[in-house]
Design a protein around this ligand. Sequence first.
Ligand code: UDP
Length: 238
Amino acid sequence: PPPQTTFSRVMLKISGEALMGDQGYGLHPPTVERIAREIKSVRDLGVEICMVIGGGNIFRGLQGSAQGMERTTADYMGMLATVMNALAMQSALEAMGVFTRVISAIPMDQVCEPYIRRRAVRHLEKKRVCIFAAGTGNPYFTTDTAATLRASEMGCEAIFKGTKVDGVYDKDPAKHADAKRYERVGYTEVLAKNLGVMDASAIALARDNNLPIIVFSLDEPGGFRGILAGRGTYTVVQ
Ligand code: UDP
């Protein structure tokens, strides 16, 4: 049969908020399960999958520091939130028979594996989904930067950023009926126009490592698998 995708190893980045469904906070198990099914369908194509999940559905460093907490402490709390999300995704994937590893930038051996690059690569070769947790392990960063860093380290061919919209627009499509979606857009243009794909450090790191970012909608059933096969609508940042 003809190959259904040309990708062999990819990074999927989703925000923590993608896991909360219509709730204002936390985890919505049916939503976690729905996204896990999307990931399984791509794994079933034989694609090696890395994943980074944010923590914004539970805690954001900036929100903590706005409430008077020290920024670094608040950021560590945000990183811990990403570990909870990673464990929830692991649980949903394994219930479907997908082997996974949660790999944390902050060692917590009773809970998950510490990050050791060569070991993570081995997991991928064995077709285990690697969920990278605790961001970069450093305050003042975001999980977008963590996704870009791990994608570079793991030799991913692209970062797939699953969002609520099907790509990058010149203005907010929820507010402007005449907003136009880009098919392709350069890293430098994203930075100059502040297009809000990812934060500036993540975009700059992707640019320096020639890592394309593919922005697509996670709400579309079968969307992730379709995009990998070149179907559907999306934006390539390159
Ligand atoms: N965070 C951090 N360093 C990192 C990654 C994340 O300090 O390398 C903290 C930061 O406080 C951030 C929180 O973890 O607000 C949750 O991550 P993020 O905001 O990226 O989550 P998302 O918006 O994708 O849900």
